[in-house]
Write a protein that binds this ligand. Structure first.
Ligand code: BTN
Length: 255
């Protein structure tokens, strides 16, 4: 595990670069438990061998092609029932970052995948540490497909910025943009602009007010219309005339 600090290149930003790492998320979580890194410290690699995805899934990323970044923050001003704001804020940060590089249709798929033309370009994994009713630390893990051209068979709906735009991107420059977008939306959260975050999230939500197909935890496929998201993060779906709410383990929006 070779650590190279690119802090100068990253314009004084707190970004710690590793040539390879099993998982930036695992590294960041370990760092918090040992010696609390500064707020907004980011762990970065382009070569992640054991990437972690949502609900225990793997995150696959071709070596040297994509960004794997985990940012440590201390949102002590949030209560544990406000955790979803971190998800929304992070999704908006990645959404804005992607938007800067494409004219294509970018959407946030609940809870926090980023889609371009209905294909997944980025995923976000959030790990919160709670103490009583407060959130003491959070690691926001962001995986963005930048230059990857071929995806494994198990990822039929994945796309990269390069595949979309037909050119390669400079990863270091992209990291700076992504980090700056994160800073912007994190600032929105710290300054208490919760309503703005919630309404922006809804504005860009994939499938809002559209008839879509969903898969339930028992594998049943069902149709419904997304009507919104509760503050606790549960998705509101209208099904056969009734409003039902779901958490991430209970329902998946099909592409
Ligand atoms: C998902 O869509 O399932 C979330 C994927 C999150 C992947 C990122 S890559 C950087 C960070 N390190 C990890 O091991 N996972 C997250």
């Amino acid at each position: 595990m070779l650590e190279v600090n690119f802090s100068e290149f990253f314009k004084g930003k707190n970004i710690i670069y590793f040539k390879t790492l099993d998982s930036t998320q695992s590294y960041a979580l370990e760092l918090i438990s040992k010696n609390k890194p500064n707020d907004k410290t980011a762990i970065l690699t382009y070569n992640q061998s054991k990437g972690r995805g949502q609900l225990g899934a793997k995150w696959l990323s071709e070596p040297g092609e994509n960004i794997c970044l985990s940012v440590v923050v201390y949102p002590k001003y949030l209560n544990s029932d406000q955790q979803f704001l971190l998800s929304q804020m992070s999704a908006l940060a990645v959404f804005k970052f992607i938007k800067e590089f494409t004219q294509a249709d970018v959407k946030i798929k609940w809870p926090n995948d980023i889609l371009v033309n209905e294909q997944k370009i980025a995923g976000i994994l959030i790990n919160n540490t709670l103490q009583g009713a407060k959130i003491t630390s959070t690691v926001v893990g962001i995986g963005v497909n930048i230059n990857q051209s071929v995806f494994a068979d198990e990822l039929p709906n994945a796309i990269s910025l390069s595949a979309l735009e037909g050119r390669k991107f400079d990863l270091k420059e992209m990291v700076i943009s992504l980090y700056e977008s994160f800073e912007l939306f994190y600032e929105m959260l710290t300054s208490g602009n919760h309503q703005q975050i919630q309404s922006m999230y809804l504005n860009h939500l994939f499938g809002l007010n559209q008839r879509r197909s969903f898969t339930l935890a028992n594998s049943t496929v069902i149709e419904g219309v997304i009507r919104g998201v509760q503050q606790d993060g549960r998705l509101i779906v209208e099904m056969s005339g009734a409003f039902k709410t779901f958490d991430i383990r209970e329902l998946k929006t099909n592409l």
